[in-house]
Design a protein around this ligand. Sequence first.
Ligand code: SF4
Length: 432
Amino acid sequence: MNEYDSNRIYDLVSSIGFNKTNIKKEADCYLLNTCHIRDKSTEKVYDEIGRVKKDFKNLKKPLVIVTGCVAQAESNEMINREPYIDMVIGPQSYHKIRDLILNYKRKKEKVNETEFDVIKKFDDLQKFSNSQNKISSYLTIQEGCDKFCHFCVVPYTRGPEYSRPFNQIIDEANILVDNGAREIILLGQNVNAYNFTENSKNYKLSSLIKELDKIKNLKRIRYITSHPRDMTEDLINCYKNCEKLNPFLHLPIQSGSDRILKLMNRKHDSEYYLSIFKKLQDINKEIKISSDFIVGYPGETDRDFDDTMQLIEKVRFINSYSFIFSPRPGTPAAEKELNNMEESKKRLKKLQNLLDNLQLENNKTYLQQDCEILVENKLNNQEEYFGRNKYMTPVIFKSEFCKVGDLQNIKIISCNKKNLFGTHEINKVRAA
Ligand code: SF4
């Protein structure tokens, strides 16, 4: 979502004369769009600002702006602790950035803008065309979360759930496709909770997918990140009825232990999760899934960890993210006693070994097979192309005749854990 926000911030500031530069020391304005999900994110922001300070030591000080979830969480504290920062703007207030910059230039007063103003944000953003022109483009449809998992800061930094108007999203999708996008990734902290009503008509994520499926030059649709509780029948049915929806779903479970899921306040258990997985597979046998795992959650025992390992074996996730629990200030889990770090490290290693093996095993199933790839770009060596299959697996291949933005059938000849490597045969070209 930060990538989407950064692009939209750029759309806004470019309208008052700012352009991107790759030469840091030439910048008049340094904007750091921050994320609060990872460990030590706040300290990393101060470290980065320290580096900027050093770089500009004998130069004119740039306007320094911190946006995103660290800005939201730290608010005034950020300006007090590091006076080199001029403006702090939360993720639900960045639509005001043009006026804030212009005012700052006049008055030179520090700015702390961290209101939750999400409806106004998307209304204002609509006036500025999304200039992103990547083959695979992000499109935010929903923000915030009402689930309050005990380890997570999102409900505090992004605020309550908000769904953008249906037509506003479809208009933006059409602009992205006109700009060259061939895959749209619908974004939300709790994307499948999308729920918008207008003139007594209710729209869900499934309504959006069905509408996007009709856009002629769009070839693929994905969405992240989902909560198992919001995998409703209408959404599951899209995997049967919507041709462009990829048969790949990132569906975080976090733990395979029902006891830990309860402590996490996840609002589902492992049986419920497995029932969703079964429904998905029954409706489309091509479906594969990935997940997130937190290892060493406060109170996790060997038995809880074994439950997680067994669940992984059952589902055979093809690609997942896993971390050791780290407390986020202000969340209920941050009050709990931490598990033994050495033990957690051992568990993480074991879990990641299993996930890696499953990932490699899955990649090997493509060997000597044709795989449909969306070509995203040409690599720097100018000889090879980069694309992804329907499951997001990166594919690198040589071709003398393919075009960026095409769907191509590529024969896979080798692989490692992360990538597939292929060759492009001319009789396998599918028209764009
Ligand atoms: S559902 Fe996701 S975004 Fe919402 S609180 Fe839980 S982990 Fe955070």
